[in-house]
Design a protein around this ligand. Structure first.
Ligand SMILES: Nc1ncnc2c1ncn2[C@@H]1O[C@H](COP(=O)(O)OP(=O)(O)OP(=O)(O)O)[C@@H](O)[C@H]1O
Length: 246
């Protein structure tokens, strides 16, 4: 596993309040990583820094094989670099079918070189079918997306992001509002997606995090409080004090 993203000594201050405080995190490629922590720990701001929405006051954010700085890049340039983000609320085009949503996402995929050299050969219909199978919606291609269940909409949106072939996928609270069966499917989907790319999941649901079975980073007051396996971090007394034992 090589390092794909290196956040180093980053701080962000909002109106004098230090929301991110000398934060350092490395994400590998491929890797599945869970980020947990109490409300206000800085999880959303951490993702905002990576996507370029929030620019830090200090520190470095290095990306890719050459360690390019993300800090000088616009949000759209960062997306072009292959960083996709899934917000908590699904934002699929409700009036379009599942296939049409995936087709639109495929048209937005990154750079021509990827097509020439790469992973996404095959006709558009084949690609749509492959992604639909991957997200468990192969039998729903002609459904109007607005009719899907909440969980299915979330999977469709993850599929739309996968269609753009990200190297890093940021996912915000995917389990929220899902049934237990939907959660299980979502864990499988994210684990599979992380076999070939980096996937960072922010999640409060500890059972869901346990099923992801990956390295966990615990944030608190804008810094890393603990990092390692879920068993390791849940045994950490500081983590128990500020997060688990509340
Ligand atoms: N634009 C902003 N202006 C002022 N303060 C902000 C802004 N964005 C975030 N903060 C503050 O920064 C801190 C970190 O917020 P952030 O949303 O990143 O935490 P979080 O870990 O995502 O929390 P939650 O689990 O509740 O979503 C909080 O104290 C929040 O109030």
């Amino acid at each position: 596993m090589t390092t794909l993203l290196e956040v180093n000594g980053v701080s962000v201050t909002f109106d004098g309040f230090r929301a991110i405080n000398n934060l350092s995190i490395q994400i590998g490629e491929p890797e599945l990583r869970a980020v947990i922590g109490p409300n206000g720990a800085g999880k959303t701001t951490f993702m905002d820094i990576i996507t370029g929405k929030t620019k830090p006051d200090e520190g470095r954010v290095l990306w890719g094989d050459k360690g390019a700085s993300l800090l000088g890049m616009s949000e759209s340039r960062i997306a072009q670099e292959g960083i996709g983000r899934k917000f908590q609320k699904p934002t699929v085009f409700e009036a379009q079918t599942v296939a049409e949503n995936l087709g639109m996402a495929l048209k937005q995929r990154r750079g021509p070189l990827r097509v020439l050299f790469g992973r996404d050969r095959g006709s558009e219909a084949e690609r749509i079918a492959a992604i639909a199978a991957e997200i468990g919606l192969a039998d729903q291609l002609t459904r109007i997306s607005g009719e899907l269940s909440h969980g299915q909409k979330q999977w469709l949106e993850i599929g739309m992001l996968l269609a753009q072939d990200p190297r890093l996928l940021l996912v915000d609270e995917p389990a929220a509002g899902m049934t237990p069966a939907e959660r299980e499917h979502t864990t499988d989907l994210l684990k599979r997606a992380a076999e070939t790319r980096a996937v960072v999941v922010v999640e409060h649901d500890m059972e869901f995090v346990r099923r992801l079975d990956c390295k966990v980073t615990v944030l608190h007051e804008g810094s890393v409080l603990a990092e390692g396996s879920l068993d390791h971090v849940t045994r950490d007394q500081q983590v128990i004090d500020v997060y688990l034992g509340r």
